[in-house]
Ligand binder design. Sequence first.
Ligand SMILES: [Zn+2]
Length: 82
Amino acid sequence: MGDKKKDKKKQVDTVAEIIVKRCPECFVSLPLDAKECFSCHSKIGRADKHGKARKSVNWISYIICILSWTVFFVYIKWAFKL
Ligand SMILES: [Zn+2]
């Protein structure tokens, strides 16, 4: 009785072949094997399932960040003799 049309939006999973990925910084389309954006020159990783490239982790700045925080806490401990 009273069959309403199901207007629910189907979640369109674009599992279809992704032939381009998008730069996470400027969203320009890049070839799948691109490692660097030609537009903004940011390093990019592999594309995820949405076709958007992952940011490649900048390990050096990551480690420098951790080290500087460690030095900071050691200094605080030393300075206040905790
Ligand atoms: Zn870019």
